[in-house]
Ligand binder design. Structure first.
Ligand code: FA5
Length: 326
């Protein structure tokens, strides 16, 4: 028995030199102090030792257990705890959650809304599938009128179109209320336009409509100039060009000077004008008492101007490298 104890002691001392990982320490504990460990088994064998020798042998085994425990604790302090699979290092920095961003179109549309809220405009809405009547006829564009060609339309049926502009919301607003009106109407519109750097077949507009007593072209220019400076900065250059829309008289287009990586040029941002008296009559607003102005602006163009985006297509491609810049 004493020899056996000496053997095991030798093994313990040899093994204790190798305990360089928490797993090795644990294996050492099991090998010697576990239920069937070598030292544990020695205690069980003590019963069969001669009574006379038992105190001495017992003492030796006790010493061996103390030695094993001491070696094990010393190595464990060096090797640290076992890292289980769900072990967490509380000292590491947290992982930052990926936070989404607003799309550039949303950013400019929201800013637009805020600027016009300060100017006293509320928000109106209309459907993307619109009646031919509201998209065209009520806006003084009868069937076969050449002005329809400019908006080469996507028809759902003879009487239903994917709206080509947000102008039908002017009519919807005036049909369901009484003047004064002061609304903006943002939304998606569709045209059979060929895709290029500044045109998309599906794009976004905001309509503006103001009808009240004594509204003049001066009000229109003042509101649009104020808006341009608030949206694009105090030094923004704008120009108004005479134009034609059947639902406004006179009509104009407003361009903004556009600096992009490819140089500078005027970019058409919106169409506008004084609401045609025929349109007012059609919705039972007396043009002898009321006058108004309206405008329709491309939100995509506004985002391009605001952020120096030189191709409208990037707004719809959902390339994360592009979207993460905003
Ligand atoms: C209209 O759509 C008129 N309804 C605007 C209007 C409203 C005039 C109220 C008078 C009174 P226009 O077709 O020019 O007009 O379009 C208005 C704006 O939409 C353009 O100035 C431009 O900014 C934008 N736009 C037009 N076509 C496209 C396109 N294919 N892709 C991107 N933006 C476009």
């Amino acid at each position: 028995m004493k020899e056996k104890i000496a053997d095991i002691r030798g093994q313990i001392e040899a093994d204790a030199g190798q305990l360089n990982s928490p797993e090795a320490v644990e294996a050492f504990r099991i090998r010697y102090l576990g239920k069937k460990g070598a030292v544990t088994l020695l205690f069980k064998e003590l019963g069969s030792v001669d009574k006379a020798d038992r105190p001495e042998v017992g003492k030796l085994i006790n010493e061996l257990r103390a030695l094993t425990t001491e070696k094990m604790n010393g190595a464990a302090a060096q090797a640290g705890p076992i890292r289980s699979k769900d072990w967490i290092d509380l000292t590491l920095n947290g992982r930052r959650p990926a936070i989404g961003r607003k799309h550039p179109l949303t950013i400019v549309a929201e800013e637009f809304r805020q600027i016009f809220a300060r100017l006293g405009f509320s928000v109106a809405e209309g459907p993307e599938v619109e009646s031919d009547y509201l998209n065209f006829e009520a806006l003084n564009i009868p069937k076969l009128h050449p002005a329809r060609d400019m908006q080469d339309t996507l028809y759902i049926s003879d009487e239903l179109v994917l709206r080509t502009h947000t102008s039908p919301v002017q009519i919807r607003t005036m049909m369901t209320g009484n003047p004064p009106f002061r609304v903006i109407a943002p939304g998606r519109v569709y045209r059979r336009d060929t895709l290029d750097a500044s045109h998309s077949p599906c794009f976004h507009q905001v309509e503006g409509l103001c009808v009240d007593k004594g509204v003049s072209l001066g009000d229109l220019k003042a509101v649009l100039s104020t808006f341009s400076k608030q949206m694009f900065g105090a030094n923004t250059k704008v120009r108004f060009r005479p134009s034609f829309f059947p639902f406004t008289e006179p009509s104009a287009e407003m361009d903004i000077w556009w600096e992009s990586s490819k140089g500078g040029r005027w970019l058409e941002l919106l169409g506008c004008g004084m609401v045609n008296p025929r349109v007012l009559e059609g919705v039972d607003v007396d043009p002898a008492v009321y006058s108004g102005y309206a405008f329709g602006l491309g939100i995509d163009r506004m985002a391009m101007l605001k952020f120096g985006i030189d191709d409208i297509r990037t707004l719809f491609e959902n390339d994360m490298r592009f979207l993460e810049q905003f």
